[in-house]
Design a protein around this ligand. Sequence first.
Ligand code: SF4
Ligand code: SF3
Length: 544
Amino acid sequence: MDNKMFCFQCQETARNYGCTKAGVCGKQSETSNLMDLLIYVTKGLSQVATRLRGEGKAVGLSVNHIVTYNLFQTITNANFDDEQIIERILLTIKAKEDLLNELSNTDGLAEAARYADTTVASWEEFSRTVGVLSEPDEDIRSLKELITYGLKGVAAYSKHANNLIKDNEELDAFIQRALSDLLEEKSVDELVALTLETGKWGVEGMALLDGANTAAYGNPEMTRVKLGVGTNPGILISGHDLRDLEMLLEQTKGTGVDVYTHSEMLPAHYYPAFKKYDNFYGNYGNAWWMQKQEFESFNGPILMTTNCIVPPSASYKDRLFTTGATGYPGCRHIEGGIGEEKDFSEVIALAKTCPPPLQIEDGELVGGFAHNQVFALADQVVEAIKSGAIRKFVVMGGCDGRAKSREYYTQFAASLPKDTVILTAGCAKYKYIKLDLGTIGGIPRVLDAGQCNDSYSLALIALKLKEIFALEDINELPIAYNIAWYEQKAVIVLLALLSLGVKNIHLGPTLPAFLSPNVVNVLVENFGIAGITNVEDDLALMIG
Ligand code: SF4
Ligand code: SF3
């Protein structure tokens, strides 16, 4: 088949097989092919950097930041702007050539580490030879892509930590070693081992970000977040980057412009440091995929700090701004690297000319149950488990998405027995967080830890309960896992849970297209991974 592109990295991939003409997400084939080339040259840079470390030579932070930024830029719905991707490919080749000059032994380097063609016109044809399908063996391809997507996820998390001037150079060295390994011939067993190692480093990446966020903004605490709107014009901020939010709040102070969160930025309200801003109004709307109608009715400018961007309608495209690794052609991009103060004056000036947001709902929701807050409630929680008031926890974190089949998660949450508690993180929560599922002894039945990276908190909570109940195995806890996935951050969350020994995770609404039947078998046999069926049967299976 003569594909114009090939991408199968997300849950919404065409026919649960692969996007071959254009992405269901709106990614054009040219962009997809450029991204394949960007990953290729990033692997090349990583191989040279890994070799240099092997020779005992230092690799600068700037190289680490190039690698993680590039991986982040290729995550689903992060960047649609060919010009930005071309710029990254050129910059990566240049950085690699500079490092190559420092390397003593260049024997046996992969072609990607030698690739130095900066003639943009020649890339389209070449990029088609280095994409996903360039690996002919289905199982090797499956594992290599699984690892690549996990690395994209952990790269995104470490990028947010970097923005708060926190780095874990061992994690960066791992990311680069793994990318370099993906250029080599590897056996299935070696790649399975590398997959688990990627999960272990996923835990480290989430820990790095958790440490960075809490050091800068305090520990999330139980918080009521307004869902309605005020009378001032507003700016809607989406994505995961808390440093961008902090700069925006500082710059909007006293301007008469309110700031609202959308989708994955909702948990910012749970941090003590952001509560001091009077103009930090509340949350507007739902998960990423509802942005077309919600950005339209919001009326004011929207700032995307990370994925997920949906190709914008003309009605609000001139109000959509990108920053960081995100980009969309024709939308204004706010520049600013690590440690630099971004200038949001253009966004604020536009907001002042806009009418206030149109109210689409009212009331409030409750969240802020990251590890510190749950540990503070530990006595209550343990007592509720011992007394039988809480029979089971269900981890329902991950992503939301467009597919109608995801209504399953709303029904599943609503049908759970009243003595069960949902632990969540990520935008999957929008499927049930507004259902008003009540409380058990004052403990809400939906405990939202935060963004998808705050799945780290869910792991810490599980480990804490294991310690309190003196259990040998994390799987003896009364916790079921019913996780929804969409993009690559959910992949690293999954790998992180596997590396912590969590078994019997249910993954939906479909199993990833990039998992070959044999790789699925490995996951089933070793980790008890399963898909979902229907609410009734899954409730019987998971809750009993
Ligand atoms: Fe298709 Fe998903 Fe890739 Fe977009 S990110 S091109 S929808 S597989
Ligand atoms: Fe992902 Fe868009 Fe929801 Fe962080 S970023 S979870 S889908």
